[in-house]
Design a protein around this ligand. Structure first.
Ligand code: ASP
Length: 535
């Protein structure tokens, strides 16, 4: 079975089993309760313990009657210690029971399936392991392949031309994405579909989380600082902290320096970097073996914990975002790839399928980068020089999916607050969301944080973030996939403009050839069979 099919299966299983058997399961009994602020009364244990004081946020429901739940819990060592510190007599392992008044208006109070929670807790590590494996490769891969790529261009002017084209392309696709997003949100007004009750509930449920997002956004440096900050004063520090833009600048400069040196002095350095680059590629192949299980675990958790009720309440908003993303991908990337890249769009999508699936499951374009690079080089035939320049830059600054989502979210929140945005304000949204998407890192949830910039620019209340927070994780999967398609489409176009010959590797040719593509290498890692022998 092809890798792509196995990843897809893992994803589907993760979603289906997550909905069926996750903490928010539709099949299992909701026998766990997070009491929220409600005190647990009539305790029959040795002490009367209000849930909040004891730090108990997880109890077993024994029975329910008339708006009350009879609950039971066991003190953990940590909870007992906290109680002892506050002067209450308590022992670890001590059993308590009592009653909690169920309060549907308390957003922190929720019921869930304890079994489902245990399943998520015991499988999620596989997803984290997969993510860690591909993230491990990102920094050395970007540095080595970019330095080697620039060195192989052999000409600074060619680099300047490619850089100029790439940035112009990124800027224009982002503005196109925002125009689609803002246009759809003004046309369909998703904000008008959200009822008063849902609005109050969402604002209450997620307002606590907004503080953290705002703090992160406030820490964002000014534009000048960002510009100066592009140059790493300590490159080792940049590599260690994974600051992608600084790594790109450093690797590009090292590459340029290598082209300016005497050839026999530069060659050994290029060789070493190229060797490390190759080793990283092999590591990506190894990590991809775990991909089907990894994506299963990641999606099992997301599908199992996202409340369906939030999704229903925000259905119109989600629908506008997802349709906008689809339209953008089909129209804008479709024409870039077909007209500019001279590749059939569906075949192009077929080539980058593994990257799309990994992007969807991890919600991180940075973490997906090694897989994206592998796909465009191996399956579409883009050169290392082009892909190692365009892709890392794209994964950091080119986020059309994020920009589109920010445009829709800003309008949606404004509509809910009854603000009618003028055309001028909508243009401001386009401008600020372009910058906000550039500023967003390629990690999960980054677009949500820089959305604060957009809201501030047009004077929409920042608490409105609470309205869209509940479905952010879900929409992140879709927008990250579009971000990755966008980067790959840009790479294809730039490669064509650089005069490269591109060709999609068909699935059968890929599976047959152990020296090319993903499938062949994965399925015959230890038995080198040449294409000739195989055909
Ligand atoms: N998760 C997105 C990405 O990695 C960024 C975002 O929109 O939050 O591309």
């Amino acid at each position: 079975m092809q890798l792509y099919t196995r990843i897809l299966l893992g994803m589907l299983l993760g979603v289906v089993l997550g909905v069926a058997l996750g903490p928010g399961s539709v099949l299992l009994p909701a026998d766990g309760l997070r009491p929220g602020d409600a005190p647990i009364v009539e305790s029959r244990g040795s002490t009367t313990v209000p849930a909040a004081t004891a730090g108990v946020n997880d109890v077993r429901v024994v029975s329910r009657s008339e708006g009350w739940a009879e609950v039971e819990w066991q003190l953990t060592a940590k909870q007992a210690l906290e109680l002892q510190r506050s002067g209450t007599r308590a022992e670890p392992g001590e059993r308590h029971s009592g009653w909690v008044k169920l309060n549907p208006a308390d957003p922190r109070q929720s019921t869930y399936s304890r079994f489902g929670q245990t399943l998520v807790d015991s499988t999620y590590w596989v997803g984290r392991l997969f993510l860690a494996l591909i993230k491990m490769v990102v920094v050395p891969l970007v540095f080595c392949s970019l330095a080697v790529g620039v060195a192989s261009l052999g000409d600074v002017r060619r680099l300047g031309r490619m850089g100029g084209r790439t940035l112009a392309l990124f800027a224009s696709t982002t503005v196109a994405a925002l125009t689609i997003g803002v246009g759809l949100a003004s046309l369909f007004r998703p904000g008008s579909f959200l009822g008063e009750d849902d609005r109050a509930r969402l604002l209450a449920s997620f307002s606590g989380d907004v503080g953290g997002k705002l703090e992160k956004a406030a820490a964002a440096p000014s534009l000048e600082d960002q510009l100066v900050g592009l140059v790493p004063t300590n490159p080792v520090d940049a590599l260690a902290s994974g600051d992608m833009l600084q790594i790109i600048v450093f690797a590009t400069l090292v590459g340029i320096a290598l082209t300016m040196m005497e050839e026999d002095r530069a060659r050994p350095v290029v060789r070493v970097l190229d060797g490390i680059n190759e080793a990283m590629v092999v590591l990506v192949h190894i990590a991809m073996q775990l991909a089907p299980f990894g994506v299963f675990a990641l999606l099992f958790k997301v599908a199992g914990t996202t409340g369906l009720s939030v999704l229903v309440a925000l259905g119109a908003y989600c629908l506008v975002v997802v349709s906008g993303l689809l339209i953008h991908a089909t129209l804008v990337y479709g024409s870039i790839v077909t007209a500019g890249g001279k590749l059939p769009f569906l075949k192009f999508l077929g080539g980058i399928r593994p990257a799309m699936l990994v992007a969807f499951s991890t919600s991180s374009s940075s973490a997906t980068l090694p897989v994206t690079k592998e796909c465009v080089e191996e399956k579409l035939g883009v050169s290392n020089a082009t892909s190692s320049f365009v892709l890392p830059l794209g994964a950091t600054v080119n986020m059309d999916g994020t920009a589109l989502y920010q445009g829709v979210a800003a309008l949606f929140i404004a509509q809910i607050y009854g603000m009618d945005l003028t055309l001028g304000q909508q243009v401001t949204i386009v401008g600020s969301a372009t910058l906000a998407s550039v500023g967003a890192a390629g990690v999960p949830g980054a677009g949500m944080i820089t959305l604060t910039m957009v809201l501030t620019a047009v004077g929409v209340p920042l608490e409105g973030l609470a309205l869209v927070l509940g479905v952010d994780r879900l929409l992140d999967m879709f927008r990250t996939t579009v971000n990755v398609i966008g980067d790959s489409a840009a790479t294809v176009l730039i490669a064509r403009l650089e005069g490269e010959e591109l060709q999609v590797l068909t699935p059968s040719a890929d599976s047959a050839d152990p020296d090319r593509g993903l499938e062949g290498r994965l399925s015959h890692p230890s038995q080198p069979v040449t294409a000739d022998e195989d055909t």
